[in-house]
Write a protein that binds this ligand. Structure first.
Ligand SMILES: Cc1cc2nc3c(=O)[nH]c(=O)nc-3n(C[C@H](O)[C@H](O)[C@H](O)COP(=O)(O)OP(=O)(O)OC[C@H]3O[C@@H](n4cnc5c(N)ncnc54)[C@H](O)[C@@H]3O)c2cc1C
Length: 493
């Protein structure tokens, strides 16, 4: 039995049996047709660049329901697009324009949010919002340290599937390093139950690690267990102007050495990026009197009681340690100027400035975003060489980055008076990626591949690695129904 289904600009034939089957699994109200108003939010992502209309959106609330959905879709040969908060920046969580897939939204799988204080772990359903997980841990005196601008919307399944990073990776690692157990539905509908919370498990291939960062192409993650950390008792947050980006690794190491590895965030903010933030968000407080050509926003945090104790001058030991480092580096001429937040409000202002960059660049006009990783020692070479090259081409580079782990968000925007469409973007990209490869960098540090980086993946990923990935995909998802058109580029014909 077939229904005729009209979506924007296309008409496809929809198996009525499939819709009826989905409704039987999750209930009538939890399935909406792809061309309905209720489905609209699922047809585009945060960037607004990626849109597509599915046959239907289905919202399961249990792992058993997800498994039944996957089995049903397999029977019908229907592609599935798992989706969370759709804050991913590469078009992974929305259907491609083909109009023949089902969107499986995990948003209702948010009931499980349990802290095990003794084991210092948290078990989370795939639909739990990242910020909720952070708050839940904090209430128990522990920290779920993953932090980034979209934490109010991103969901655990999406965060795992993109192996999200963010500002605290320098201390705690990426999502992969925090995850100690996973539950998922594989493409054949079987349930992989690995919510063990084990810190060690060498019993074969690590399927958990295979699913993390797979962007929904190898199965649907339904829940996971994560490590928690001691909640910091004290923080010192500030902003400094460096004489040279080449000195940034040495400055980071000096801070780490003096504070016992307590640096939680070490973020590069170029003067041009800060200027755009101030223009788009005029309420932004400039941290230093003069614009910093090489600005670094940093946060040092400690859970040690003695670091939190204040001396006679009212300053904590941690603050003293940071002051000492800054003083030495200023005497050496490595740090030109610096400020330390004197209140929680000043700290929040610094974080707001850092986190508003993506929105500021988006509001500023067209831009091409690169999310790249480099060996720390090569960051300065990349930035200096490319800044000069792209400026000559008529671009303004708006660069911020998680400098502590060598991750740059290198965005190209049009210089004043230049038309975006007239600029040689292809040439700039080719030059940037060639330099990146020469410096042993990565063309996708933390945002993933999705739809937007398929070409780059095809051109730059080692052939042997791509082949191995295709074999894994073929073995687990022979019908290619899990999030097709994303992540793994088709072989050139
Ligand atoms: C303002 C802003 C700042 C950001 N900053 C950072 C940052 O600093 N660091 C960083 O790493 N990222 C950052 N991101 C992007 C980040 O990748 C996403 O915010 C997040 O990780 C994705 O979660 P989501 O729930 O929105 O997933 P979605 O966008 O819905 O999906 C992302 C991918 O995961 C898949 N997926 C979703 N749920 C599941 C599931 N349950 N099982 C299997 N596959 C699934 C989707 O199919 C898609 O391929 C930022 C985004 C924004 C908008």
């Amino acid at each position: 039995m077939w229904d005729v289904y009209a979506a924007t600009g296309l008409t496809i034939r929809l198996p009525g049996e499939l819709l009826a089957g989905l409704k039987e699994i999750v209930g009538e109200s939890k399935v909406v047709k792809g061309d309905s108003v209720a489905a609209e939010p699922y047809c585009k992502d945060w960037t607004g660049q990626f849109t597509g209309t599915p046959i239907a959106v289905v919202r399961p609330e249990s792992t058993a329901q997800v498994s039944a959905i996957v089995k049903l879709c397999q029977e019908h040969g229907t592609p599935m697009v798992p989706t969370g908060g759709r804050t991913g920046l590469c078009g992974g969580g929305v259907p491609t324009g083909s109009g023949c897939s089902i969107v499986v939204s995990l948003e209702r799988m948010n009931a499980v949010c349990t802290v095990d204080v003794g084991a210092r772990s948290i078990t989370l359903g795939a639909g739990v919002i990242l910020q909720t997980a952070q708050e839940q841990a904090r209430e128990q005196g522990l920290a779920f340290p993953l932090t980034f601008g979209a934490q109010g919307s991103a969901m655990i399944g999406g965060v795992l599937s993109t192996n999200a990073g963010g500002s605290n990776v320098v201390k705690y690692g990426t999502t992969r390093e925090l995850c100690i157990g996973i539950e998922a539905v594989l493409p054949d509908g079987s349930i992989l139950n690995g919510l063990t919370g084990l810190r060690k498990d060498n019993t074969g291939y690590d399927l958990k690690d295979l699913l993390i960062g797979a962007e929904g192409t190898l199965g649907i993650i339904t829940a996971a267990v994560f490590k928690l950390s001691p909640l910091p008792r004290v923080r010192t947050t500030g902003f400094m102007s460096l004489a040279s980006l080449a000195d940034a690794p040495a400055v980071l190491n000096a801070l780490q050495d003096r504070t016992g590895g307590a640096v939680e965030a070490y973020e590069y903010m170029s003067a041009a990026a800060v200027e755009v933030i101030c223009r788009e968000f005029p309420e932004t407080h400039l941290p230093l009197d003069a614009p910093a050509e090489t600005g670094v926003f940093f946060e040092v945090a400690s859970s040690r009681q003695d670091d939190a104790e204040a001396g006679e001058d009212g300053e904590t030991r941690l603050q003293h340690l940071v002051f000492e480092v800054l003083e030495t580096l200023m005497e050496a001429g490595t740090v030109l100027d610096a400020m330390i937040a004197q209140s929680e409000q000043q700290r929040i202002d610094l974080w707001s400035m850092r986190e508003s960059i993506l929105e500021a660049i988006t509001a500023n006009g067209p831009a091409y975003h690169m999310d790249i990783a480099l060996p720390l020692a090569s960051v300065a070479e990349f930035v200096t060489t490319m800044d000069s090259a792209v400026t000559d081409m008529g671009f303004v580079p708006l660069t911020v980055g998680h400098l502590g782990d060598g991750n740059l968000h290198y965005a190209l925007s049009a210089a004043e008076g230049k038309e975006w469409t007239d600029l040689p973007l292809t040439r700039a990209k080719e030059q940037a990626f060639a330099l990146l490869m020469r410096l042993n960098g990565s063309f996708s540090a933390e945002h993933g591949i999705g739809q937007s980086k398929l070409d780059v993946m095809r051109n730059l990923k080692q052939a042997s690695q791509l082949n191995a990935m295709r074999k894994i995909k073929q073995a687990l998802d022979p019908g290619g129904l899990m999030n097709p058109g994303k992540f793994i580029p088709k072989e050139a014909s």
